[in-house]
Design a protein. Sequence first.
Length: 83
Amino acid sequence: MLIPVSPTVFRYQQYRFFFFSREEARIHIHVTSPDGEAKFWVEPTVELALNQGLRDVEIRELFDIIQEHNHEIRTHWQRHFGH
């Protein structure tokens, strides 16, 4: 069975939350929308790693969404990467 290279973890409104399969080992999540994209570290705490085109208000909203879905993100990460 082939594992997707960038599996979607969940969607919220216009945002897609996903992983890249061949990136660093530290837990993080990528978010994309029609307006731009961002990357957030999930461990040890949620922190913005990269922002390309998203407004500050969107980043704050995404930060809150990632905090709310933290367990789901970690569970998908462990399932996908096997750690």
